[in-house]
Ligand binder design. Structure first.
Ligand SMILES: NC(=O)c1ccc[n+]([C@@H]2O[C@H](COP(=O)([O-])OP(=O)(O)OC[C@H]3O[C@@H](n4cnc5c(N)ncnc54)[C@H](OP(=O)(O)O)[C@@H]3O)[C@@H](O)[C@H]2O)c1
Length: 292
């Protein structure tokens, strides 16, 4: 059986939809805190085993993982100290339940000392997984391309794409593409020990992103640099990101400015046999969905 944690999340849904498309409903177990959500009920109706699971409740987690051979653990959005403990709980429950292979959704360049969530959550989790003796695959996700369109209405209205980063280039990837690749990993007999850096095939500066947006949305968009220090406040005010989570993004923005995410990796194509969608293709999908 294959397990995916946090079924109601965006990334989890992308993974699950790909597993269903591959005809694997009957061998799929999903964990969620809300087994009565519309999506959870839809999955149950399709023959998926929907189990209550919470990284903060190890006993429940052990039950949810019963009979599972391969488990994808998706970190939560909680405070970083809590998230590390949640991941360690998940790993321990996996070991106790006889899971043979753990897949973890990590972050690009997880060794970065600047990026708080990498330093406090992803890298220590990766290290614990490596030391666990279980089979493992580490999926290091680039920044979600969705981050670029979280405030699309404002961007198009003002003609200003406001982001930190200046001239620095950064790696992005669409969350749906990450759902496809994670599903491939879960579906096949993956040997243990691979770490994949999942990115588009090209990195982008703010100016370049604004230029592609202008073309795709047929309206002028100019890049306006926001100092990294002002970015947490912007995320809270405009996107409703909780202040603590937003503050933790400061180091990520400083890392972008320092060029730490200027990484165009061949891993996605190697893993899936196809390239991740380009920025233009991603933005066209967003545009077409808006018009539908
Ligand atoms: N690479 C990037 O740029 C980037 C950007 C943003 C986030 N991320 C990371 O990727 C993760 C998934 O992103 P997303 O966009 O799918 O977020 P999301 O839609 O907000 O989903 C959050 C997920 O956390 C799960 N969750 C929350 N509390 C939990 C708990 N106590 N135990 C187990 N699961 C719990 C939820 O599952 P249920 O509600 O079903 O329990 C849900 O799957 C985030 O949580 C974050 O760690 C990466």
């Amino acid at each position: 059986m294959i397990f995916v944690s946090g079924a109601n999340g965006h990334f989890a849904k992308a993974v699950i939809r790909n597993l269903l498309a591959a005809g694997r409903a009957s061998s799929l177990v999903v964990g969620t805190r809300d087994v009565n959500s519309a999506f959870a009920r839809e999955l149950a109706g399709q023959g998926v085993s929907v189990r209550e699971a919470d990284f903060g409740r190890p006993d429940l987690l052990r039950q949810a993982l019963a009979g599972v051979a391969k488990a994808l653990f998706i970190p939560t959005y909680d405070a970083n100290d809590l998230r590390l403990q949640q991941n360690l709980n998940a790993l321990e429950a996996a070991r106790d339940s006889g899971v043979r292979h753990v897949v973890y959704a990590s972050f690009l360049n997880a060794e970065s000392a600047r990026v708080e969530h990498s330093r406090l959550v992803h890298y220590p989790t990766e290290q614990a997984i490596r030391a666990s003796g279980l089979g493992f695959t580490l999926l290091r996700h680039a920044l979600y391309a969705e981050i670029l369109v979280g405030d699309l209405r404002d961007t198009l209205r003002t003609g200003l794409l406001r982001r930190p980063g200046g001239q620095s280039r950064c790696a992005y990837i669409a969350r749906d593409d990450l759902g496809f690749s994670a599903a491939q990993i879960l579906l096949r007999d993956e040997p243990s020990g691979h770490t994949y850096s999942e990115t588009m095939e090209q990195t982008w500066s703010g100016e370049e992103i604004a230029a592609v947006m202008s073309e795709v949305f047929s309206t002028p968009v100019r890049f306006q640099a926001v100092p990294a220090a002002d970015w947490p406040g912007y995320m809270t005010e405009h996107w409703g990101v909780p202040p603590e989570a937003a503050q933790s993004a400061l180091g990520t923005m400083q890392a972008i400015e320092a060029g730490e995410f200027d990484v165009a990796s061949p891993d996605y194509r190697a893993l899936t046999g196809r390239p991740a969608r380009s920025l233009r293709e991603f933005l066209e999908t967003v545009r077409d969905a808006k018009q539908a």
